[in-house]
Design a protein around this ligand. Structure first.
Ligand code: OSB
Ligand code: MG
Length: 369
């Protein structure tokens, strides 16, 4: 049984070790919302991936905190659920806001797995002991800087390089990197910066043996992606557009893409992520685990999810030390040779470093029934 006795809602701020530029903006730090659920002497922890501004999808940090405090937490505090799916169902009447719902659901899975003394990935149906990882590299100043940063990460053993692109900065970096590294697994991510009117420049990318082009078109679109996919040889990978297993089914039935970037928080939690994983598998479509520059808490959740069988391409779950001078968990999450070990302890297998967190906390609330 999953007994939810109390909750902590926490917001911390961490400086990023690198400047991360995408088609929608530049990030130099991260505001990290955390939810801790307490029950039967144990705690389950989850990280939210919503940002202060709705630049990736529509959810916001302020909206999520408000919903958690006043709508979602009151539905679960003081209650007992048969399992995490029953808790998920208790929030099932609410629409959208999947990142906010995911915080509750993911913390419940961690708590549940800790009660069984089992690693989270195992309870989700995963079996891999380590997962293949790549890196997502932000837009650089010029071609030389791009080739340079790619070289550093190839040398570290990362198994896929993803370049952020935007209109006017797409073919140039891809051509430069492909010339310097003819054999690496290379992809690009546009974060919805293009329209069908850009088909000609996107078709130029067909010449560079990309494994996929991630989310070129609108964040809420499937139809235009299907049209674009029919005009390209390179596979499209859906990210922003897939927020549920139903979206995945519709997108794959429409042939809007041939790969899915699966982010557990974007789809509302681990149970829904597993449904997306299974839908993709039924279409013989591989998924890979995306990232949102998570701290060690979200990163550990992502790594566990990646241990499921249809995660068949390297994920964005690279070493925590790439991102943070000091992480908020005690355990290191480090890849060697492009392989990230799946933590073996109970739940996510990672624990909050409360002492360090106290130095970066902006908000800390306790909630009870
Ligand atoms: O589109 O995958 C994305 C980061 C923030 C928002 C959206 C995306 C990303 C990344 C970073 O690509 C992946 C990571 O290193 O966590
Ligand atoms: Mg993406």
């Amino acid at each position: 049984m999953l007994k939810i006795e109390a909750a902590e809602l926490i917001v911390i701020r961490l400086p990023l070790k690198f400047r991360f530029e995408t088609s929608f903006g530049v990030q130099t730090g991260k505001v990290v919302p955390l939810l801790v659920l307490h029950g039967q002497g144990l705690e389950g922890v989850a990280e939210g991936t919503m940002e202060p501004a709705p630049e990736y999808r529509e959810e916001t940090l302020a909206g999520a905190l408000e919903l958690l405090r006043n709508t979602f937490l009151p539905r679960i505090l003081g209650k007992t659920f048969a399992n995490p799916e029953a808790l998920e169902a208790a929030l099932g009447q609410f629409r959208g806001n999947r990142m906010a719902r995911a915080m509750v659901e993911m913390a419940a899975w961690d708590l549940w797995a800790r009660q069984f003394g089992q690693p989270l990935g195992r309870l989700l149906g995963g079996y891999k002991e380590q997962v293949e990882v790549g890196v997502s590299l932000g837009i650089q100043a010029d071609e030389a800087a791009t080739v340079d940063i790619v070289r550093r990460h190839v040398e570290q053993g990362y198994r896929r390089i993803k370049l952020k692109i935007k209109p006017g900065w797409d073919v140039q970096p891809v051509r430069a990197v492909r010339e310097a590294f003819p054999d690496i697994r290379l992809t690009v991510d546009a974060n919805s910066a293009y329209t069908l009117a850009d088909t000609a420049s996107l078709r130029e990318l067909d010449a560079y043996a990309l494994t996929y082009i991630e989310q070129p078109l609108a964040w809420d679109d499937l139809i235009d992606h299907a049209e674009l996919q029919s005009r390209l040889n390179t596979a499209l990978c859906l990210d922003e557009s897939v927020t549920s297993a139903q979206d995945a089914r519709k997108g794959l039935a429409l042939r809007a893409g041939r790969v899915i970037n699966l982010k557990v928080a974007r789809v509302g939690g681990h149970a829904e992520a597993r449904r997306v994983h299974d839908v993709a598998q039924s279409f013989s479509v591989p998924v890979w685990c995306g990232g949102m520059l998570e701290s060690g808490i979200g990163r550990a959740h992502n790594i566990h999810l990646s241990s499921l069988p249809n995660f068949r391409l390297p994920g964005d779950t690279s070493s925590a030390s790439r991102y943070w001078a000091q992480d908020i968990i005690h355990e290191p999450l480090e890849a060697t040779d492009g392989l990230m070990p799946v933590p073996t302890g109970p739940g996510t297998g990672v624990t909050l470093n409360r002492e360090f967190m106290a130095t970066v906390t902006e908000l800390h609330e306790e909630h009870r029934a």
